[in-house]
Design a protein around this ligand. Structure first.
Ligand SMILES: [Zn+2]
Length: 83
């Protein structure tokens, strides 16, 4: 009997029927792809971090407007017309 759904026929050594065996493998490989993408993102960040030891400083590729403090941006965007 399948350990997951109770189907009488088992088709793999782990004790699952064919349908459950396929579904579990599909979920496993989907999770593996998500894990690979997650780890690739961290690898890309570490690569960027190694190329920018000072973080987001004046020499980085971040545009000047993105380097302003959040408070300064908020003051500029408070709805008042610019003089
Ligand atoms: Zn099953």
């Amino acid at each position: 009997m399948c350990v997951h759904c109770g189907h009488p026929h088992i088709s793999d050594p782990l004790g699952f029927c064919l349908a459950c065996s396929i579904e579990i493998r599909r979920e496993f490989y989907a999770g593996l792809e998500r894990l690979t993408a997650y780890l690739a993102s961290w690898a890309a960040f570490e690569e960027w971090e190694a190329e920018h030891p000072g973080g987001l400083d004046e020499t980085s590729s971040v545009p000047p407007e993105a380097r302003r403090s959040p408070q300064r941006v908020r003051v500029q965007n408070d709805g008042c017309p610019r003089i």
